[in-house]
Design a protein around this ligand. Structure first.
Ligand code: P6P
Length: 329
């Protein structure tokens, strides 16, 4: 096999890619570069800590619960600290909302023009069993004037107001996938060089797929519309693939085609996933890649948030599959 087929040319490093595509970001390129650099750097640090979790006493729960009432894992707390510290030091952010924090974090940068909504480490209960996990982030512009106190309208913004969004996937390789509204780009981290390199240019999700991701253990409490769609998936001989880590399931479906569903259940009457720092970001990515994201009836990006940790039912992935699922509502 000639060398070129196994030694693929290395893609652009992240910084150079952002500079080369500056027209894609309607605000100052330097601000986006700094924001993505802060997130990318935190991703490198968290990646290192995840890779050593088995060797250092940082796996497992720490005995506290977050605002969601979920047991906090040591790496949840560590990742939360890393991202908040990096975004604060970067100077571009004025406020952060995080899955791990009850309230809005005002970072004290009065000149910061951006607000970041983040799930520092989604799927963290999988850390102890060495299953891939991820960080999910959304970036908004603040609405209130620079220097003025942070207002609720700065953080509770519809998904359509996102200026950028993405995720870091700590998998067999660590990847940063993001969009600024001009397509979806995937960067693979090369630890030996400490750089992310473009590996997936202009990612597009297949319009159709044969993979559905849902926790069928909750089948008995699903609405009939969801049960009817699952019956359809079985009739079509689709494959059920559910890692229990949203970013991993989403990323596989983005590459191969598929649908991820977290519907209303008895335990989660409004669904489990959070609008502000899980659903909006992946909905933005999905739509930019030609896919769709709804709560079964409404476009996710159009949902007006009413509270920081609001949950919504979630259907995201290949356009034709999400439309088919929605046809049962
Ligand atoms: P369940 C992880 O806690 C998470 O937020 C997603 O990453 C994942 O898809 C889902 O919840 C798993 O939830 O109820 O199926 O265990």
């Amino acid at each position: 096999m000639e060398e070129s087929r196994i030694a693929l040319p290395i893609g652009s490093p992240l910084d150079r890619f952002i500079k080369n595509n500056q027209d894609d970001f309607k605000f100052a390129t330097g601000e986006l570069s700094q924001l993505l650099r802060d997130i990318a750097l935190s991703g490198k640090v968290v990646n290192r800590e995840i890779n050593k979790a088995g060797l250092m006493n940082i796996a497992g729960a720490i005995g506290t619960q977050n605002v969601q009432g979920e047991d906090q894992q040591k790496l949840d707390v560590l990742a939360n600290i890393r991202f908040i510290r990096a975004l604060t030091k970067g100077g571009e952010v004025c406020a952060i909302i995080s899955e791990e924090e009850d309230e809005i974090i005002e970072v004290g940068n009065d000149t910061g023009r951006y607000v970041v909504a983040i799930d520092p480490l989604d799927g963290s209960s999988n850390i102890d069993v060495n299953v891939s996990i991820g960080t999910i982030f959304s970036i908004f512009r603040r609405k209130s004037p620079l220097g003025a106190p942070i207002e609720e309208r700065d953080v509770l913004q519809k998904g359509t107001e996102q200026v950028a969004a993405g995720y870091v996937l700590y998998g067999s390789s660590t990847m940063l996938v993001y969009t600024t509204g001009a397509g979806v780009y995937g960067f693979t981290y090369e630890p030996s060089l400490g750089e992310y390199f473009l590996s997936h240019n202009k990612m597009m999700i297949p319009e159709d797929g044969k993979i559905y991701s849902i926790n069928e253990g909750s089948y008995n409490s699903f609405e009939d519309s969801v049960k009817n769609y699952l019956d359809y998936c079985r009739e079509q001989n689709y494959s059920g693939r559910y890692i229990g880590s949203l970013v991993s399931d989403f990323h596989r479906n983005l590459l191969k085609g598929g649908i991820y569903i977290y519907p209303r259940t008895a335990k989660a009457p409004n669904g489990k996933l959070r609008l502000m720092y899980e659903c909006n970001a992946l909905a933005f990515i999905a739509e930019q890649a030609g896919g769709m994201a709804t709560d079964g009836e409404r476009r996710i990006l159009e949902i007006e948030p009413t509270e920081l940790h609001q949950r919504v039912p979630y259907f995201v992935g290949s356009k034709n599959m999400v439309e088919k699922a929605a046809s049962y509502f």
